[in-house]
Write a protein of this length. Structure first.
Lengths: 117, 116
């Protein structure tokens, strides 16, 4: 079964400081990992994905994520946080094994990021 | 760029009523997913369609049904509504179910259903 875990319900950081939102995964087969961001009463917006290749993935709005196979982690990072980054962040893994659940996206519980001025 | 369109944005229904949610995927996307997000919860997969056929089924109650039409739009029909059905319902679309494995899901802004 595929699953992701986000160990922190909330992350608070000052504007201008680096931020990290943690995610660990458990998959059978190769991991296809994603980060989405959700603003209040809005849909989930795709930030970035890891399929294969470089362990450091760059995405939208200056975000990047580091894939670490040995630690089964896919932490979301940004060198300098903005107040406008405050939102709910979801890590997700996509089931790419042949079978009825092929393509299904499994989400973590979400991490509320608050960036204060 | 065109995004996933969902309608209505908000819907208020009473218990035991029915509701129909609509989803219009991004043009050329052939796969539609439905997710339910309860208050403070992560999105839970309900059902998906690929080329107008049901491709996967998750935790969708028997009271709910869905289909994808010839123009690729999808509708989620919900009957005998219960208070616990109050949630944000998302539709997402992508290109292929694994045929193009790096095609991310693109989500609509959701329909907020309130059952009173």
């Amino acid at each position: 079964a595929q699953s992701v875990a986000q160990p922190e319900d909330q992350v608070n950081v000052a504007e201008g400081n680096p931020l990290t939102v943690k995610c660990t995964y458990s998959v059978s087969g190769n991991p296809y990992l994603f980060w989405y961001v959700q603003y209040p009463n809005r849909g989930l917006q795709f930030l970035l994905k890891y399929i294969t290749g470089d362990n450091l993935v760059k995405g939208s709005y200056g975000f990047e994520a580091e894939f670490n196979k040995s630690q089964t982690s896919f932490h979301l990072k940004k060198p300098s946080a903005l107040v406008s980054d405050s939102a709910l962040y979801f890590c997700a893994v996509r089931d790419m094994n042949r079978g009825s659940t092929l393509g299904r996206l499994y989400f973590g519980r979400g991490t509320q990021l608050t960036v204060w001025p | 760029a065109a995004g996933v369109i969902q309608s209505p944005r908000h819907l208020i229904k009473e218990k035991r009523e029915t509701a129909t949610l609509k989803c219009y995927p991004i043009p050329r996307h052939d796969t539609v997913y439905w997710y339910q997000q309860g208050p403070g919860q992560d999105p839970q997969f309900l059902i998906s369609f690929y080329e107008k056929m049901q491709s996967d089924k998750g935790s969708i109650p028997d009271r709910f049904s869905a289909q994808q039409f010839s123009d690729y739009h999808s509708e989620l029909n919900m009957s005998s509504l219960e208070l616990g059905d109050s949630a944000l319902y998302f539709c997402a679309s992508s290109l292929g179910t694994g045929g193009i494995p790096n095609s991310p899901l693109h989500f609509g802004n959701g329909t907020r259903l309130t059952v009173t």
